[in-house]
Design a protein around this ligand. Structure first.
Ligand SMILES: [Mg+2]
Length: 310
C-alpha cells in the first residue's frame, strides 16, 4: 500500500468496514448518523489536531488550539445541518509542560463550548515525549428535517457558499466562527440537497460533494468570494488560486434548487454573506469559467496529507 494518499486509505478502510443496522450514515460524510429509537438521529464527528501539522507554537496559543480542536468538529456537525450537543476530548500532552498546556487548551475549548451550548462530557489525558495531539469527538442531533449529506445534489441545482475563501493560514484557521447557526437557518429556509464544510479547500471539498452526489459542476471564477488575506498574498499565486486551494476556510458549500437559491439570496436567513458560485451538471467533472470566458477543468486542488515519502 506504499504511495496511498489519505483519501485512498480512507476509501480502503470504508470498504472493509462492516455495515451496521443502527448506522444510518457511516464513513464518508462530515459526520456519522446513528438511528435512535423514537428520537432524532444522533450525529458523531471526530477530528484530531497534531502540533507541527495543524498548528504550531508560538504562532498559535494553547488556548487557540483548544478552541480550534472543538471548532473543526462544530464545522462538521454544521455541515450536516445538525445541532451540537456534547463533546469528549482525548489529549496527549508533551512531557515537561503537560499541566500548563492542558489547562490552557481546556480554557479555550470550554469557552467555545459555552458559545455553542455544547456540554463537555469528559475525556482522557496522557503524555509523551512527542508533539501535542488533541482529538475531540462531538455528538449532535439531527433536526426534524434530518441530516444533510454530501450526496443529494442533482443537475440544475445551484451551488452556493457561506462567507469567503483563501488566505486562512494567516489567522482565520485559528479564530473562525463555525457555521452552525447559519446551517440551521438555511435548513429551515430551504430544501438543502447536499452540504459539506470546507477544510481541505474549496475545490477539493466541492469535488467530495460532487463525487458523493454522482454529478458534475460548472463554476464561475468571478463569483467565488475571496477573503481579504488572499488578495494581498506575496507568494506569486493568484487570489483565485488561494481561494480554491488554501483550505481551512470552514465555510459551507451547499446545493439547492434554483427557486430556493433565489429565495435565500432575496431574503437571506442569516447575516453571513451567501453567494452562488455555480450550477450542478449531469456531465461528470467540474469546469471553471475564467473571467476571460475560457472554460478550464477545475482539479480537486487542495491539501492531501501525504502518507509516504520524505
Ligand atoms: Mg468536514
Amino acid at each position: 500500500v506504499t504511495g496511498l494518499d489519505e483519501f485512498s486509505l480512507i476509501e480502503l478502510l470504508r470498504q472493509s468496514t462492516p455495515a451496521a443496522d443502527r448506522l444510518a450514515l457511516g464513513i464518508g460524510d462530515d459526520a456519522a448518523a446513528i438511528s435512535m429509537p423514537g428520537g432524532p438521529e444522533l450525529l458523531l464527528a471526530v477530528d484530531m489536531l497534531v502540533e507541527g501539522v495543524h498548528f504550531s507554537f508560538p504562532e498559535a496559543t494553547p488556548r487557540e488550539v483548544g478552541r480550534k480542536a472543538l471548532a473543526v468538529n462544530l464545522s462538521d456537525i454544521a455541515a450536516m445541518a445538525a445541532r451540537p450537543l456534547a463533546a469528549v476530548i482525548g489529549v496527549c500532552l508533551p512531557r515537561g509542560r503537560a499541566a500548563e498546556l492542558g489547562l490552557e487548551l481546556h480554557a479555550g475549548l470550554v469557552e467555545l463550548a459555552g458559545e455553542f451550548d455544547v456540554a463537555v462530557a469528559g475525556g482522557d489525558t496522557t503524555s509523551s515525549t512527542g508533539p501535542l495531539v488533541i482529538s475531540v469527538t462531538l455528538c449532535g442531533e439531527a433536526t426534524g428535517r434530518g441530516p444533510v449529506r454530501r450526496a443529494g445534489a442533482v443537475p440544475g441545482d445551484w451551488l452556493m457558499v457561506t462567507g469567503c475563501f483563501g488566505g486562512s493560514r494567516q489567522r482565520h484557521h485559528l479564530d473562525f466562527q463555525p457555521r452552525v447557526e447559519e446551517a440551521l437557518a438555511l435548513h429551515r429556509a430551504a430544501g438543502l440537497h447536499a452540504m459539506i464544510d470546507v477544510s481541505d479547500g474549496l475545490a477539493a471539498d466541492l469535488w467530495h460533494l460532487l463525487e458523493e452526489s454522482g454529478v458534475g459542476a460548472q463554476i464561475t471564477a468571478e463569483s467565488i468570494p475571496i477573503r481579504e488575506a488572499a488578495l494581498h498574498a506575496s507568494d506569486g499565486r493568484t487570489p483565485l488560486a488561494h481561494a480554491l486551494a488554501d483550505g481551512e476556510d470552514f465555510e459551507l458549500i451547499f446545493a439547492v434548487n434554483p427557486a430556493d437559491g433565489q429565495a435565500i439570496l432575496d431574503s437571506p436567513p442569516t447575516d453571513t454573506p451567501l453567494s452562488r458560485i455555480g450550477t450542478v451538471t449531469d456531465k461528470p467533472g467540474c469546469t471553471l469559467k475564467m473571467p476571460d470566458g475560457r472554460d478550464v477543468p477545475l482539479e480537486p486542488l487542495g491539501w492531501r496529507h501525504p502518507l509516504s515519502g520524505p
